[in-house]
Design a protein around this ligand. Structure first.
Ligand code: F3S
Length: 394
């Protein structure tokens, strides 16, 4: 594989042990992917930072990498952690868990990763069409590739961190234009009206992921556009939960436009949507959890506008967002608490100990949250955001 002189020096340890270790790992992956060279990345996003998920082993790995002098060489951000850094006591989290989580965040910060603790870096980072990225977190990768036209593979958290340290990724997979062309068409035209009226974008996403696997689909017939950020986020996150692809070409929303000739077409009918949805009808009880992916400020303002003027929710509503959005909402917090609505930052329903503060039965509008919570043993119901709010106020 071709390495430029700087990359050779990194590999030879001239810039220190941590960079050499990162370069060796990136090259091993590049060889497995049959990449002929590396490509410089503009930005990195590191997932897998919840203590709940990576445990003591992950913590030790990060602390050792920081102790070896590792440092990212491009702007890098962090995915949500296992708790809200300010409200962890309200989550019923014990002090030991909190301290371990903080050590993970501090180790990453020592490596130069910004403690953004959100899974929506596309709302905050300076990313443009054609930029090469080292992103982990499937919903972020899908958004960057599919909506912005940036280029990232679906890296695991440790690989994205190593790529951030060397500032390069293998030139393979979705970094290469010829791999970004549609390999099948999924046509929603005959159910477009139902998906729109019943707000079934999460369901559509779960179905697309399951039908697609690792291929790049062209999705036709959904009324998705860049102005419908909330729907696009739910749709793509759900695709990432059930499928391995990092790119969905969406007619009307994706900037890339390739012909889809000579590939199979799957026509979606309502029965397919219904069967997908039926997997998530486990309960009518429990708290409402919204914010997978993290809610934007506009989305939370929209939720607030849909809450009834009078009355309190009969069950708790939990909203998850970034710290930045949380702080912008401070004036609304007393009113929200009065209505039995709680906003958490830095974390989400999937990576925090939800069972402690919300129980084992939940209702959500997110196909991704439904998929992972069900896998964790929760009883889950998937409904539209509007329906979830209505259920909380009846
Ligand atoms: Fe984000 Fe957690 Fe969902 S990290 S995409 S809110 S599972």
């Amino acid at each position: 594989m071709y390495l430029d002189p700087e990359e050779e020096k990194m590999l030879d340890g001239e810039y220190g042990e941590a960079i050499a270790m990162a370069m060796k790992t990136v090259l091993r992956v590049a060889e497995a992917l049959k990449a002929e060279r590396l490509v410089r990345v503009k930005n990195a996003h590191i997932s897998g930072i919840s203590y709940k998920n990576i445990g003591d082993e992950g913590l030790q790995f990060l602390e050792e990498l920081a102790a070896k002098g590792g440092r990212v060489s491009v702007p890098s951000s962090m995915n949500p952690a296992g708790l809200d850094l300010a409200q962890w006591r309200n989550m019923g989290v014990d002090k030991g868990y909190f301290e371990k989580q903080m050590r993970i965040i501090n180790a990453l910060a020592a490596l130069g990763v910004k403690p953004t603790l959100t899974c929506t870096p596309y709302l905050y980072e300076d990313i443009s069409y054609g930029d090469h990225l080292a992103w982990s977190e499937s919903n972020a990768v899908l958004y960057a590739n599919s909506i912005i036209g940036a280029r990232s593979n679906r890296d695991g958290g440790p690989l994205a961190l190593f790529e951030a340290i060397v500032g390069r990724a293998p030139l393979a997979g979705l970094h290469v234009e010829s791999n970004r062309r549609p390999e099948l068409v999924i046509d929603f035209t005959s159910v477009s009206k139902e998906v729109e009226e019943q707000n079934m974008y999460s369901v559509a996403g779960l179905l697309v992921g399951a039908l697609t696997g690792n291929r790049v689909p062209l999705v036709r017939g959904l009324k998705l556009s860049k102005e419908r950020l909330d729907y696009i986020k739910l749709f793509l996150a759900a695709v990432g939960a059930t499928g391995g692809t990092g790119l969905v070409l969406i007619e009307g929303a994706s900037p890339e436009n390739y012909p889809a000739s000579g590939v199979d077409t799957i026509e979606v009918d309502f029965k397919m949507l219904r069967e997908t949805l039926d997997n998530y009808s486990g309960t009518d009880e429990g708290a409402i959890v919204l914010g997978c992916p993290h809610l934007s400020l506009d989305e939370i303002m929209d939720i607030i506008s849909r809450l009834p003027e009078n009355g309190t929710a009969t069950r708790k509503i939990f909203l998850y967002t970034s710290r930045e959005v949380y702080e912008a909402l401070s004036a609304y917090m007393p009113k929200l608490r009065e209505k039995n609505v709680y906003v958490f930052a830095d974390t989400c329903m999937v990576v925090s100990p939800l069972n402690i503060y919300a129980g084992k039965e939940v209702i959500t509008d997110s196909g991704k949250a439904a998929f992972y919570l069900k896998a964790q043993g929760y009883k889950v119901k998937l409904v539209s955001r509007q329906k979830a709010i209505e259920m909380a106020f009846t």
